[in-house]
Write a protein that binds this ligand. Sequence first.
Ligand SMILES: *[C@@H]1O[C@H](CO)[C@@H](O)[C@H](O)[C@H]1NC(C)=O
Ligand SMILES: *[C@@H]1O[C@H](CO)[C@@H](O)[C@H](O)[C@H]1NC(C)=O
Ligand SMILES: *[C@@H]1O[C@H](CO)[C@@H](O)[C@H](O)[C@H]1NC(C)=O
Ligand SMILES: *[C@@H]1O[C@H](CO)[C@@H](O)[C@H](O)[C@H]1NC(C)=O
Ligand SMILES: *[C@@H]1O[C@H](CO)[C@@H](O)[C@H](O)[C@H]1NC(C)=O
Length: 372
Amino acid sequence: MILQVVIAVLTGFIRIGLSALYLMVLWIRRTILLVCTPALRSQLNHSLQTADVSRLLGHWSNNLLDTDKVLQSFFNGCAAAGPDGCAFYAATPEAVAQKLDDVIAAIKLNPVPVRTGVSYGLLDYKRLLNAIFRTFYSPYATFPTLAQGLADLAEGNGTVLYQMFESPFFECACNATVDTTLISDGQDAVMCTDGNLNRLTVQESREHYENLLKTSRWGELWAGIRVRCANWPEQPKRHFQGPFVGNTSHPVLWVGNTADPVTPLAFAHKMAKGFPGSAVLTQDSPGHCSISGPSICTQKYIRSYFLNGTLPPPGVVCPAVSEPLPPRSRNQGQDDAQAVLARDLTEEDASILNAVQELIRSPIVSPLGRGF
Ligand SMILES: *[C@@H]1O[C@H](CO)[C@@H](O)[C@H](O)[C@H]1NC(C)=O
Ligand SMILES: *[C@@H]1O[C@H](CO)[C@@H](O)[C@H](O)[C@H]1NC(C)=O
Ligand SMILES: *[C@@H]1O[C@H](CO)[C@@H](O)[C@H](O)[C@H]1NC(C)=O
Ligand SMILES: *[C@@H]1O[C@H](CO)[C@@H](O)[C@H](O)[C@H]1NC(C)=O
Ligand SMILES: *[C@@H]1O[C@H](CO)[C@@H](O)[C@H](O)[C@H]1NC(C)=O
């Protein structure tokens, strides 16, 4: 009898311990989301969005609300940067946009053959759009290359743009290592099983495609995600379908960019409504996730949240410290501009800036995998 009681009490403690551990894991997961560790973050965010919008609008159908703003920032930045700061320069944003339209229209009829040291093929319409769309995730790291690639393409040379989407040379060594950061099959597994995806018929696929195009021309590429799931096998048995709301023991911090190509700022506000007490921190920059743009302000708020649990004041908007295409003149190179900036920073801020600039260049904000 006493033994039974002891066992019962011990089991109780173990259960409580496990539950606490489980809650802790959940909490950590949520907390980590805010800095946009891509795998976790996109997984939950995509789950949230997919499941949430499935009842209202469909699937993967409203990610592109802010996508065109990213391209607009390329037009604006290129015109402002001057011919030395942007290889695809034209005097006004409208003129840059027109040049891009011309390049895209030309390649539709005349794809450009390319041969690099690694592979060869055609830079065609789809490959060009893919290359451009990829840069939206990390404009600070990629817009200068995009500008160069477009300028070259206007002259008939597709090498730079082709290379933006080139797979490494195939090697069949017994000891070959595989980069497992993001494997596209895994991506499909997450994307197709997260939401409540019914298999699409051809007609439904067409409707999905047409609806996406109403939000952005980039729907052409984005539609593939959903359509690719058409043949996905059944959903898992245990399939949490929401509601994705809750009272958390500590308020959640949501971070969103003003021009994120695939997770519009509106989503952050929508999520914040479901989690009482949570706050939205807005970063005023184009790109996917806050670490795609250099903002000391954002990094400091995130650090305070992690170290002290404090939330930013409501409505705060953090600027980025520079532009994806910094204006450059012949007399003042980019390095000089950086030096001027660095001189004005405290040592602490400079080290934060260095760290985030390293993140910007890292592949974690660049989309991998196929299709988009
Ligand atoms: C095209 O551009 C690439 C990259 O800048 C360059 O290496 C190559 O020589 C160019 N090709 C031609 C035919 O000009
Ligand atoms: C694979 O083996 C070759 C030849 O032994 C060696 O040069 C190479 O460094 C190895 N690669 C890896 C990833 O271990
Ligand atoms: C959060 O707590 C409030 C007050 O207790 C309650 O009204 C609300 O329904 C809860 N929300 C969720 C999502 O559990
Ligand atoms: C989820 O997506 C929104 C954009 O819709 C983004 O602003 C927000 O920061 C994301 N949430 C998390 C937890 O990363
Ligand atoms: C955390 O709080 C302490 C005490 O208020 C303060 O001195 C420190 O600067 C805060 N740290 C951050 C990163 O906000």
